[in-house]
Design a protein around this ligand. Sequence first.
Ligand code: ADP
Length: 470
Amino acid sequence: GCLSRTLPDVQARLQSTEVKPIQKLMVANRGEIAIRVFRACTEMHIQTVAIYSEQDVNQMHRQKADESYLIGKGLPPVAAYLNIPEIISIAQENGVDAIHPGYGFLSERSDFAKACQDAGIRFIGPSPEVVYKMGDKVEARQAAISAGVQVVPGTDGPVESAEAAVEFCKQHGLPVIFKAAFGGGGRGMRVVKTMDEVVENYNRAYSEALSAFGNGALFLEKFIERPRHIEVQMLGDRTGEVVHLFERDCSVQRRHQKVVEIAPAPQFDQSMRDKMNADAVKLAKHVGYENAGTTEFLLDKNGQYYFIEVNARLQVEHTVTEQVTGVDLVQSQIRIAEGRTLKELGLTQDKIQLNGCAIQCRMTTEDPARNFQPDTGRIDAEGMGIRLDSASAFAGAVITPYYDSLLVKIIAQARDHPSACAKMLRALREFRIRGVKTNIPFLLNVLQNETFLNGSVDTYFIDENPGLFH
Ligand code: ADP
């Protein structure tokens, strides 16, 4: 159904909501993002609560909170952080009045947003209805269309059968990409280049989507050749006001997953920037988007761009936007959840300005059987313009094999793209990591690549440059 907020809705909400300061906040997450949120809270004099699984007993995020509670006894590592009833009851028993979901885990689960709401706890994110709508990529596409934002040509709704997929391909031509309606994290996508692959790919994509996301629903999009991935950061408040915080270029991807992110997008025409940022705001306003979110676009070689999806949460790469705008996105999220307006926060569009360039590299462990204890290794770098967001950037950190492979986010900031690249290269070279294999050699190659330095990579970059891995 249509979930767009109408004017009377907004007025009713305005009257019913007043500013209610948050006193105690729980992060329903782990690792670097939990620490990132705790630090923001401490600066705001908000009490912090961590949850941790049995596997995370010795993890840093637990130490960074004022209180911490064990969850998911006997459960597998990931399941512990997905146990909604237990998380809600720990929050209630300990006087928590807001929950930040971080990214991953429960961050895009509308049932979790709803469970928080029902328990009288503020969920730091959009309303359950908006989380639901944006989590369904078919619905999100429809919302973009009705807001007047150009989407990738594709099916109007889910493709109901392999025959329907064949029909679409005959009409619109190849290549196309099958996408899971409820997919994420770069999974559940299949590119189709010839007609005789359509049926087989439909069946495969369907069963992949079913097992990965619990729902096999698929839709089809034209496959855009050599696109750049450019996304716009937005903030919305309870009055329906929305601002953008400019864009990020996330074209450096491996298996559809981001590895290096840049703000603002380099080699990006100013009129295109204005138009794309305005489109993101238009869409967010149309759906009544509250709190932080990101609208993602693909930009093709002809300078056309198309909406692909909205991420209704804080993203891994929010850091680069913070560096170039000077806006603390996590603190803004918390203030908005308290009921403050963007205007009260000084976040009107004219006050949000770009300053310089920031690049983030995701340093990951490359060794699947990782379980190490660095002794004298230096998982650290510093100096002007360097920021590290991590849960393991210290000597003696124990890297466990239970969760994702992200070790450290390194963010370099400077006046322009070339100097930010130089700073990043210098910082990467300062790391001395022993006991575990990382992607540092790969990142060093990226940072010295001509195309990357020019600021003109597209999403084919890594696949087309196998030399980056040597
Ligand atoms: P997820 O939610 O799994 O991250 P997205 O829809 O955000 O999936 O797409 C992730 C990446 O997959 C994009 O950044 C792009 O590289 C690629 N991709 C997605 N849709 C298309 C398309 N229609 N044409 C070409 N590449 C695409």
